[in-house]
Design a protein. Structure first.
Length: 129
């Protein structure tokens, strides 16, 4: 888990944040999964899921480079909202039978992990403000 102290003294790049690394894994898993969606979903669910997944990692990265902890918290909160959006899209993809159960569970698990990690980081940052 990343602590605020770690962020202040040791983290030189957002790439060192485990939560960002997991978010990148999530984005890659989403890209793999949606590549098998029906062609007619190219500009619908496929595009939405890709954007949501990429935005999670992007918000974590951007927030970590902001000048204050409050701003970082704001971007982490946005990332958590995007995770909820992505989960909704994932459930719809499963309901529509666009995604195999194994991929669904793998992505669901990563969404849950990144969400929990983000929340712990938010709590840690709030304690150190």
């Amino acid at each position: 888990m990343q602590s605020a102290e770690c962020r202040e003294s040791k983290i030189e790049s957002f790439r060192e944040l485990v939560v960002w690394q997991r978010a990148m894994q999530l984005a890659n898993k989403v890209y793999d999964a949606v590549s098998k969606f029906p062609k007619e979903e190219m500009f619908g669910l496929t595009s939405q899921m890709r954007r949501s997944a990429v935005s999670v990692a992007s918000n974590i990265a951007e927030g970590s480079q902001r000048s204050s902890k409050k701003e970082f918290i704001q971007f982490l909160t946005i990332a958590r909202g995007l995770l909820a959006e992505l989960l909704t899209q994932l459930i719809l993809a499963q309901d529509r039978q666009f995604i195999p159960r194994v991929q669904y569970e793998e992505i669901y698990s990563l969404i849950d992990e990144v969400s929990r990690m983000s929340m712990r980081l938010i709590q840690s940052l709030k304690r150190s403000i």
